[in-house]
Design a protein around this ligand. Sequence first.
Ligand SMILES: [Zn+2]
Length: 238
Amino acid sequence: MGKPGWQGISLFLTLKSKTKPNGKKPVSEEKKLYLEPEYTRVRVADFEFKQLVTLPQEIDLNEWLASNITTFFNHINLQYSTISEFCTAETCQTMAACNTQYYWYDERGKKIKCTAPQYIDFVMSSVQKLVTDEDVFPTKYGREFPSSFESLVKKICRYLFHVTAHIYSAHFKEIVALELHGHLNTLFSHFLLFIREFNLLDTKETAILDDLSEMLFSEDSREAAGATGGAQNHVKER
Ligand SMILES: [Zn+2]
């Protein structure tokens, strides 16, 4: 069965209320750059994600989950690596995304105070360990998936969602400067639809980016992405 360590890690979330106890709105409603139509319109691919996430006939559900989750992990890790030099203990003292604060808990359930880069490092190394563990993500013929597989997949999705949300809320400016917003939008759209298709995350968890997903999945935005060819790096897949 799985190696000790991971299974013992428990992650809990502490969600900061968006509205202060006195009912007042937060002091500053910062403008979210990633919601600007000029950016939400940009994708690298304009195809049917719905079709892309559906479990193909003849493919085992766990195999499908395993291969997709591994791919999302690699892509989100890569996306983060492009801006990681801007995500430091100084710029991101806590792991925050929009108004939500995430905390890491160690194996004994002890809350660890950490910066965003530390948190993301915990995420990436834990997930890396998992997806390369033959007992959890078996690749050899005849090996069975563990009974805890589904809950581990959900845990991974939660971690990866936190990282993606942090990239959008804290580093979108840098992503735009690198002209990677089309990739990020495409990756996030695909990831979110996959999560929805297999109920891998509570909608409360993903709510902080509902404003963005609404825009990304809106017909207008999709048409505009197709009509304008998105960005210069737009790839048509038809
Ligand atoms: Zn950061």
